[in-house]
Design a protein around this ligand. Structure first.
Ligand SMILES: [Zn+2]
Length: 224
């Protein structure tokens, strides 16, 4: 890693977190606990404040640049968010943002999660109770650029409502599934009431196409 990084918020995009690699797991979806802890240390060493996506939205809304901010984000709602990531993050005194698909709670897909499935609704509530931020990642993880206006509005606003029902807190941010977006999707995210919407690639800062840095597979150094 190298300092100081981009002169805008540095948002890292993770999926599943595992204490060790397993054969069935898709490497690009996994971060080892040792690497996650090393990222936190490195961010602090270069003076980045680690905030949630919602806290970042708040600061930007008050005119801040977020240039000294880092945000750790975790996509999809894999069950190891609760069993592996949250305890580690809490021990490091870090609050992170978990982008969830409420329509996929309890999904048994195994290959991309150390825990071997996705969070159930009660586990998502427990993740929030453990001090983590929950945010929206659509209801069912479609390519938002490929669905009609009505489905697009539903995917965005319903996931926002369901996250808010779990947390009793405004859900101000969304991550586009696959990072896929265009001008129509950006406008729909704004219409749904989100203050920030994240892609899955690096680039210039834009509130409704906010860049994130995908974290590479285990053993591949993270460069920002
Ligand atoms: Zn996703």
């Amino acid at each position: 890693m190298r300092a100081p990084g981009p002169a805008h918020p540095l948002v890292l995009a993770y999926h599943s977190v595992a204490p060790r690699m397993q054969e069935r797991l898709v490497p690009s979806m996994i971060t080892l606990t040792t690497e996650l802890a090393a990222h936190v240390s490195a961010l602090r060493e270069v003076g980045r404040r680690i905030l949630t996506a919602g806290q970042l939205a708040e600061e930007l809304g008050h005119g801040g640049s977020g240039a000294d901010v880092a945000v750790l984000t975790f996509d999809d709602g894999w069950a190891d968010a609760l069993t592996v990531a949250a305890p580690l993050l809490a021990s490091l005194d870090v609050q992170a943002t978990f982008f969830l698909c409420p329509g996929l709670f309890g999904n048994p897909e195994r290959s991309m999660s150390f825990a071997g499935r996705m969070l159930r609704r009660d586990e998502a509530a427990a993740l929030h109770a453990a001090g983590m931020e929950l945010a929206a990642h659509s209801m069912t993880h479609p390519d938002l650029t490929a669905i009609d206006d009505r489905a697009l509005a539903h995917e965005l606003s319903q996931s926002k409502l369901e996250v808010e029902a779990l947390t009793s807190t405004p859900c101000r941010t969304v991550a586009y599934p696959f990072g896929r977006q265009d001008a129509r999707v950006q406008a729909a995210a704004a219409d749904a009431g989100f203050a920030l919407a994240f892609t899955y690639q690096d680039g210039p800062w834009h509130a409704y196409a906010a860049p994130r840095l995908p974290v590479p597979a285990p053993g591949v150094p993270l460069r920002w």
